[in-house]
Design a protein around this ligand. Sequence first.
Ligand code: COA
Length: 330
Amino acid sequence: MPTQSTVILGTGSYAPERILTNEDLSKMVDTSDEWIRARSGIRERRIAGPEEATSDLAVEAARRALQDSGVAPGEIDLIVLATVTPDYPMPSTSCIVQHKLGIPTTAACFDINAACSGFIYALDTGCAMLSSGRYKKALIIGAEKLSSVVDWQDRGTCMLFGDGAGAVVVGLSETAGVGLIGTKLGALGEDTDLLFIPAGGSRMPTSAESIARGDQFIKMKGKEVFKLAVRVMEEAARDILEQHGLAAHQIDLVIPHQANLRIIDAIAQYLELPVERFFVNVDRYGNTSAASIPIAMDEARRSGRIKKGDLTLLVAFGAGLTYGSALIRW
Ligand code: COA
């Protein structure tokens, strides 16, 4: 039996309505629009309301992806949802999304935590499951309500993150050489403490003391993360290109994880690609972790930056530290 390709049939994204600008932030912590823009390229981010959880953002993005693909909820037999801000520690947010969308109870549903590389991990996992022949159509989602784990008194982190969701519908195609043509995943487990949430897991269950210390919030060593991010993203991009006998200039569009414009600029420089070849929306959303790449991919498609036949490179890094890259032929 010839191997079938796994192709993206539709994309969708959703960001909450409320915009928090740098100017707004400067009234909350000792910072300025100028500082944030110069260090990160971020101008504003979206913040979900108290009544909105990660699954609500995910459902909206998934609805749009389903509509774009023409696939009915009843046809989905797999949901893989990447997040570090699930609705609950248990059960998985994917089950909540399944129910809200009316996806059949015969669908397999689970979450993946690979932080900001989560969408690429989820895409690789979902596509591998489709390629096994045991599943036909998958919803792959990246969704986050990072505002719920950000310390709004820590000026070193609070300006970076935002809320949102992106989704793709993936199916099988008989056409060879299209869709997901390769991935490269990895992790630097020795660097876990550079970016993490100390409390709320089995190592440090939430307690009055942990809350008093603010250990339920993101802790980050920004400078170290920055340096590693540039190195691992460049390597992940180079490795996948080499694996597939491609040169960087053959990529029509790079969709990098949207963490910091300076990180994106540095990677463009190292790969010797013009920065115009990179899709950038970090200025409008900040870092939405697992949602960042699918939101960017959806915007790139809908704005005509991706055309049939184009080759797109996805590349990400995140807490873990995880990293991943993927090549997609449209
Ligand atoms: N406004 C004003 N000043 C701030 C500030 C803010 N929001 N945040 C930090 N500062 C201060 C620091 O306190 C420090 O002051 P000091 O020198 O008196 O101690 C100074 O600005 C420089 O801070 P530094 O951390 O050296 O800045 P930086 O150039 O490394 O930029 C980041 C900070 C966070 C923007 C940058 O390190 C970064 O983006 N790192 C990667 C983070 C990331 O991508 N995380 C997600 C991974 S998926």
